[in-house]
Design a protein around this ligand. Structure first.
Ligand SMILES: Cc1cc2nc3c(=O)[nH]c(=O)nc-3n(C[C@H](O)[C@H](O)[C@H](O)COP(=O)(O)OP(=O)(O)OC[C@H]3O[C@@H](n4cnc5c(N)ncnc54)[C@H](O)[C@@H]3O)c2cc1C
Length: 145
């Protein structure tokens, strides 16, 4: 295994935490730990920003509406705050900005289980939702008719 941060065993780097991998989860963990004053040493089997990881690609989606369970929503609110912080730190603006806020779209009959779950989530967590009847939907989203 190779250190990717310029340390080798002779440097005598005194780490509080060693993080193996520099993908999404490891980078986030290393960032948060370092934010809390921990000395973090990271190891990556490839070079930084390599294209062999799950994180590779031009875009990622995150959504607030997790009908799977309301417990996810506070975690997601925190995740959105951290994305905003990351964007602020990056100082990228316009189309280069890191985070683009859009709405999410769920389509189905009102009795569809997932839409019912979303409805109860909406009520319990105060998420903003708009409902469209089929006729209005066709006008608002003509490409999805
Ligand atoms: C095509 C695709 C699209 C996706 N879209 C989304 C999305 O829109 N939204 C979303 O939330 N999630 C999405 N995901 C999932 C998300 O990318 C992964 O959940 C996330 O990247 C996982 O993070 P990770 O750190 O566990 O793994 P990775 O990001 O893959 O990072 C693991 C790192 O550890 C390194 N490593 C592994 N073993 C060792 C070792 N022994 N020694 C040293 N280094 C090692 C690897 O080289 C790699 O760099 C998508 C995944 C894929 C594949």
């Amino acid at each position: 295994m190779m250190s990717n941060y310029g340390f080798d065993k002779d440097d005598g780097f005194d780490a509080d935490v060693i993080v193996v991998g520099s993908g999404s989860m490891e980078s986030a963990a290393a960032d948060r730990l370092s934010e809390r004053g921990q000395k973090v040493l990271g190891f990556e089997q490839f070079h930084r920003g390599h294209d062999n990881g799950s994180y590779h690609g031009g875009s990622r989606i995150i959504r607030m509406s997790y009908f799977e369970h309301p417990d996810y929503v506070p975690l997601l609110r925190r995740a959105f705050e951290l994305w905003d912080e990351l964007e602020e730190d990056s100082q990228q603006r316009g189309w280069e900005q890191l985070v683009h806020y859009t709405g999410g779209l769920y389509a189905g009959l009102p009795v569809a289980p997932r839409l019912r779950d979303h409805e109860s989530l909406r009520w319990s967590m105060g998420l903003t939702t708009n409902y469209f009847l089929p006729t209005t939907f066709a006008l608002v989203f003509p490409t999805l008719r």
